[in-house]
Ligand binder design. Structure first.
Ligand code: CA
Length: 226
């Protein structure tokens, strides 16, 4: 069961969110100020945090900044007031993942909660193996074959291909690939992604100059098609 923490000092909103999230089957924790929120994060390690920005004791911004500085990447959905665009931008800069503007529709908020939880749990959807063309890749054993012959891929190449395959047909941005395959702690550039993609193509595509499986989406990223 996914654990969701709601940090909000307006009692009516807090209660409404708790009821709706519980109705959707989440285990819900609530706090009415930033310090209490921080304590609940440490205690329950939620899968998602719904975070009001204007909070007593420790603001949503500070909480967000603190968590990210500590390397905690729990997805954060901000609650912002109408028209406070600068606040939203600051919140996103500090590491929040998404926002809804008050007054928000419960349906929209729930949709965003689901989307954030889906995005943050890629492990659940990563394929264990794929086949395309004359290629077969086993991500569990770290083995790749082309026309029955073994092809050597690096760990990063396996990781890159696996993530792209998990989102077959959909564009994956360079930033997302960097974040998920290399992690936040490394300091590669988006160029690193391009170089590894080129290496993968050389190993797996019939014609690396005209790839049909590892396709470039100009200005955005890459997608895998079978
Ligand atoms: Ca508030």
């Amino acid at each position: 069961m996914n654990r969701v923490l709601v940090v909000e000092d307006e009692t009516a909103i807090l209660q409404g969110l708790r009821d709706n999230l519980e109705f959707e089957g989440y285990q819900v924790f609530t706090a009415a100020d930033g310090i209490a929120g921080m304590e609940l994060i440490r205690k329950h390690d939620p899968h998602l945090i719904v975070l009001d920005l204007m909070l007593p004791r420790l603001s949503g911004y500070e909480l967000c900044r603190k968590l990210r500085a500590e390397g905690v990447h729990t997805p954060i959905l901000m609650l912002t007031a109408r028209g406070e665009e600068a606040d939203r931008v600051l919140g996103l800069d500090l590491g929040a993942d998404d926002y809804v503007t008050k007054p928000f529709s419960v349906r929209e908020l729930m949709a965003r909660v689901r989307a954030l939880l889906r995005r943050s749990a890629p492990g659940a959807e990563l394929p264990n193996e794929i086949e395309f063309g004359d290629v077969r890749v086993d991500f569990v054993r770290y083995e790749a074959f082309r026309a029955g012959r073994k092809v050597d891929l690096t760990r990063k190449e396996f990781g890159l291909l696996r993530l792209l395959a998990a989102k077959e047909g959909a564009v994956v941005t360079r930033d997302e690939l960097l974040e998920k395959v290399w992690g936040y702690d490394a300091t590669p550039t988006t160029r690193t992604v391009d170089n590894h993609l080129a290496a993968l193509r050389a190993k797996l595509e019939q014609d690396a100059a005209e790839p049909c499986h590892l396709v470039t989406v100009h200005g955005v990223g890459y997608k895998f098609v079978r």
